[in-house]
Design a protein around this ligand. Structure first.
Ligand SMILES: [Zn+2]
Length: 405
């Protein structure tokens, strides 16, 4: 891989180049050692887990288990719990739209905020759509965005289909593209043409993904009908399960603890798989479908173990950070509730965002965050976002066992 080439992928397969990897190791140290126990009994995951566990047991006609079997979740690592909330599934509203319309609408999100259109070369050189089934060529179907020359050659690899997941992903990937564009200017040296911290790039992509999932935005793009009445509890629960709460426990719990055991504490190789599943069990409330022996190394099915070691903490950072930016934009600029807002065509949002992006890595991330939001890194905004869900969850979970120990 060319060392001048920067890849930004959506969450599950984040990859970096050699020089960036060095930076990653260094930057990871800024966060210090992960907490020994991020809180398996903590309220938020326990309440989210309880409702999922009882609903899934009902769906599969099984007794309610102590821990959720991994194969009940639509993600093999149970890092995210997507597609569990039927009332929040909006795929049918994408029928009739083309994949091309999806990516053009995503670009329009940014031009509406005042950013310039993507360079012509992006459209010529990107690989955006699924291959026909009989194609001789194979491609990685996982989305990524690339800053090929640290100048204006920006490309994306996607396999866009007309559904909600790809709509949000296209917005996410162009977040990387517009971040690349913003710091590609003479004042920013090549080596600093990257995010202010490793988590910033993913955080910005995730921020726009979150913005693109807001009901008023989807209505303004003609996807959801004007008279669409969302079940807000269902939408918030889906946000929590698919994009926030279980993921925090995976990204700053299971992954960094297991990697610390391997790299820093010399855990013998014949205990690797057992240790992995212990963390999955303790921190995520998930158990394997059947016993897993040491002939496997299930953690290594995450590509990061090979190509981006000790990186996962940055995704936890990105998740927390995106809610802080979103909270500021919604409350302070749009004056709308963070759970139901619309960034579309707001130039003030674009200017504010560009002030963060255009700096690249020329300033300390703490300063950038504080100047932009007035806050240090904090889970306050994320907790506030999900606050309306709490009383509903308490009602739903009445009489149920909360937690898994
Ligand atoms: Zn990404």
């Amino acid at each position: 891989m060319n060392s001048n080439l920067t890849a930004k992928r959506s969450r599950p397969t984040k990859s970096t180049t050699n020089w960036k990897r060095v930076r990653t190791w260094k930057s990871a140290g800024q966060f210090g050692k992960p907490p020994r126990n991020p809180g398996p009994r903590s309220n938020r995951i326990s309440w989210s887990c309880a409702i999922s566990k009882y609903k899934l047991a009902e769906k599969y006609h099984q007794p309610v288990p102590q821990k959720i079997p991994a194969h009940w979740i639509n993600n093999r690592w149970a890092q995210e719990w997507p597609d569990l909330v039927e009332a929040a599934n909006i795929d049918k509203y994408f029928e009739g739209h083309s994949a091309d319309w999806i990516i053009k609408t995503a670009e329009q999100f940014y031009t509406g905020l005042g950013f310039s259109p993507l360079p012509e070369s992006f459209w010529k050189k990107s690989d955006l759509y699924p291959l026909p089934p009989d194609s001789k060529r194979k491609k990685n179907t996982h989305a990524s965005c690339w800053h090929i020359d640290l100048e204006n050659d920006i490309r994306s690899l996607q396999s866009i289909e007309p559904n909600a997941r790809w709509f949000f992903t296209a917005h996410h990937e162009l977040g990387h593209g517009y971040y690349f564009k913003a710091y590609t200017r003479p004042e920013v040296p090549y080596l600093l043409r990257t995010g202010a911290a490793p988590g910033f790039h993913e955080g910005v992509g995730e921020l726009i993904s979150l913005a693109s999932s807001q009901v008023p935005y989807l209505q303004s793009r003609g996807i959801l009908p004007k008279d669409f009445k969302p079940d807000m509890n269902a939408f918030l629960l889906d946000d929590a399960l698919a994009r926030a709460i279980p993921f925090i426990y995976f990204s700053c719990g299971t992954m960094p603890h297991w990697e610390a055991d391997i790299y820093a504490h010399n855990l013998p190789a014949d205990q690797w798989n057992a240790r992995w599943w212990k963390y999955v069990s303790d921190m995520q409330g998930i158990e394997p479908p059947s016993p897993r022996g040491e002939e496997w190394c299930d953690a290594a099915t995450k590509t990061h173990i090979n190509d981006t070691p000790a990186y996962y903490y940055n995704y936890a950072f990105a998740t927390v950070f995106k809610f802080q930016l979103h909270d500021y934009i919604a409350r302070k600029i749009l004056h709308q509730p963070p759970q139901s807002c619309n960034y579309a065509d707001n130039k003030e949002v674009g200017t504010w965002l560009n002030n963060i992006l255009k700096k690249g890595s020329t300033e300390d991330w703490r300063k950038v965050l504080k100047e932009a939001t007035g806050e240090d890194i904090s889970t306050r905004a994320m907790a506030d976002y999900f606050k309306p869900l709490q009383s509903w969850l308490e009602e739903q979970n009445k009489g149920r066992q909360i937690g898994w120990e």
